[in-house]
Write a protein that binds this ligand. Structure first.
Ligand SMILES: [Zn+2]
Length: 599
């Protein structure tokens, strides 16, 4: 029987061309080799599993190749290349600093640096996870890095660039590896499946790619796992079962319930999801991401923001035309409000249900003029009801300045939608909404359209429309580490420290320190309404940061304006005298009698 080799090893790239998802970076490396402009030290940064070590190895092989091809790749045939491919080349030395981080380990390496290459021109020293080196090891290494022999090239790889000392950074050429996109991963998995004689539904590969969260290596091992348990026939159903992810079909069904204003159906779908054991907050964040994806699918210009395989994207695109763009804004905003209030809600299921009801009502055509209902809870922050009346027939472009400081304008990207929604939550109902709802042609889905899912790992993070790298450590398991107010303060200050260039937010945060309300809820008191807005615009990001730092997903902050008298005022001498005169007429007499005057 043929020996089984895991895909991550079998399909490890051997040329720059075969590296998945890092085209511009490999192109730059190739041209550097081509032009002979090689640095002595490179720093490869980026998340795990995106090809840093593979690129380092290919780089080492290519610069030593005796007959490089016309397009700058290693020939894979010469003596040097063969030695590399058989892993017996002496021109490559790898040190995994995660497990070998002592001074002695580095000294061993430094001794080897002196030995010149036997074949080829360079010896390449790869130090993986270089941020793990002890300080003493770092210092021992620094000297060699400053004055390396001409045949030595160092490639340092790290997942945590911020932990690298500036003295090292300044001596390296830095390459930032990005997360691999879902379409790129799906394509690679398709290729491998084809090669291995495995059948795989595109939607299933999309699930795997999402679960891998931008790391090819993870995608390949998940692929192996699913392939093994499904006997070489990877279906969508077996994959979501295997990986415990929420079927995207639930969200598509919910969208249909929203479109038809079917509250009953929406609540029943939510119950089904709960019965499957999925967490409500996870669900609402997944819904937010789904609506966001529908929104970007609705406009051709934003299709590139859809991070999903082609087949899956096609379904989003065809479904997305069923809704008015404004529906998306308002629905996302309601999901966001739900997310923000989730922590403090005493009845979380009620909060989620109420949110679903509100979304269902967005497209409702009222038979009677609304009397101010449907707007009285959920904390979307005091919608001034009377203001809606004159707005009812005007178009959305007539925005009023946002007067209410306590509205939950939480994110820059949803701010515009929020501003509308202060007037518009009930408005959509009776805005004529010209072409869009009325004439949207009913879309019939092709029968065998792939079904889609949302990945547990990512969904929790996606409500934040600010572009953010999902944190790979997060999963459905909520973090609940206890923490002290001092630790809270330290996390708060460390956010400030990490964002030195963002003066406005940082200065606001400096003067408003978190005060404990209960174990996880903290209040922030700021000077004025403007500062409330600053913090709220960044609230999601800040809270996420605090949660990460403190290892607790229940952390919440509540921003309030300090209640105090009028701000202290500096008075001129004349004002002081005038004030005295007003309080005490005797003073006036005295001034007149003495013939005093103020300069
Ligand atoms: Zn060669």
């Amino acid at each position: 029987m043929e020996q089984y080799i895991v895909s991550a090893r079998k399909y490890r790239p051997s040329t720059f061309k075969s590296v998945v998802g890092q085209q511009s970076l490999t192109h730059t490396l190739k041209s550097a080799i081509d032009s002979g402009h090689l640095a002595h030290a490179y720093l490869f940064c980026g998340p795990r599993g995106v090809g840093k070590t593979s690129c380092a190895r290919i780089f080492a092989k290519t610069i030593n190749c005796l007959h490089p091809t016309a397009d700058g790749e290693a020939c894979n045939e010469c003596e040097s290349c063969v030695a590399f491919n058989e892993q017996r080349s002496l021109n490559i030395v790898e040190l995994d600093a995660a497990s070998n981080n002592s001074v002695d380990d580095i000294r061993n390496l430094i001794e080897q640096v002196r030995i010149p290459p036997q074949i080829g021109r360079y010896r390449v020293f790869i130090i993986d996870e270089v941020h793990m080196l002890s300080t003493a090891a770092f210092n021992a290494f620094l000297k060699t890095l400053e004055e390396p022999p001409s045949h030595a090239i160092f490639i340092l790889a790290t997942t945590e660039k911020h932990k690298i000392l500036p003295t090292i950074l300044s001596r390296c050429q830095i390459y930032d590896f990005s997360r691999i996109t879902i379409p790129d991963i799906v394509d690679q998995l398709k290729y491998i499946a084809g090669n291995e004689g495995i059948t795989a539904e595109p939607a299933a590969l999309n699930v795997i790619a999402q679960k891998a969260d931008g790391a090819m290596r993870d995608a390949l091992s998940i692929f192996d796992q699913v392939a093994a348990s499904s006997g070489g026939n990877i279906t969508y159903a077996s994959t979501i079962e295997n990986l415990n992810v929420l079927d995207h079909d639930y969200y598509f069904r919910l969208m249909e319930a929203f479109r038809t204003c079917n509250v009953t159906e929406a609540l029943l779908i939510y119950k089904e999801i709960r019965d499957k054991g999925f967490d409500s907050l996870f669900f609402i964040n997944g819904l937010a991401k789904h609506i966001r994806d529908m929104m970007v699918a609705a406009t051709p210009q934003t299709h590139k923001l859809l991070d999903m395989g082609e087949e899956v994207a096609a379904r989003f695109i065809s479904e997305s035309v069923k809704f008015h763009p404004k529906f998306y804004y308002l629905a996302m905003d309601l999901c966001n409000t739900c997310d923000l209030n989730y922590r403090t809600a005493s009845n979380k299921q009620f909060l989620v249900e109420l949110t679903l009801i509100k979304i269902c009502r967005l497209l409702e055509r009222p038979s009677t003029p609304p009397s101010g209902g449907g707007n009285n809870s959920g904390g979307s922050g005091g919608n001034p009801q009377p203001a809606d009346k004159p707005q009812t027939t005007t178009h959305a472009s007539s925005q009023r300045p946002n007067t209410n400081a306590t509205t939950t304008a939480t994110k820059p990207t949803t701010a515009a939608a929020m501003q509308n929604s202060t007037t518009a939550e009930p408005k959509v109902a009776y805005t004529p909404a010209p072409q869009h709802h009325g004439t949207a042609k009913p879309i019939t889905m092709p029968g065998n359209m792939p079904r889609i899912m949302i990945n547990n790992t990512q969904a929790g993070q996606q409500t934040a429309t600010r572009a953010k790298q999902p944190d790979t450590a997060t999963s459905v398991q909520r973090r609940l580490s206890p923490f002290t107010p001092e630790q809270m303060l330290a996390a708060w200050n460390s956010y400030i420290k990490e964002h030195p260039s963002e003066k406005v937010i940082v200065n606001t945060m400096r003067t408003a320190l978190p005060a404990r309300v209960d174990d996880t809820l903290y209040e922030i008191y700021v000077e004025n309404v403007g500062q409330v807005e600053f913090i709220k615009a960044r609230q999601t990001e800040i809270v996420e940061y605090l949660r990460r730092q403190l290892g607790n997903d229940m952390v919440a902050i509540d921003v309030k304006v300090k209640e105090s008298g009028p701000a202290p005022k500096f008075w001129s001498p004349r004002e002081i005298v005038e004030d005295m005169v007003q309080r005490n007429p005797e003073v006036r007499n005295m001034i007149q009698e003495l013939g005093l005057s103020l300069a």
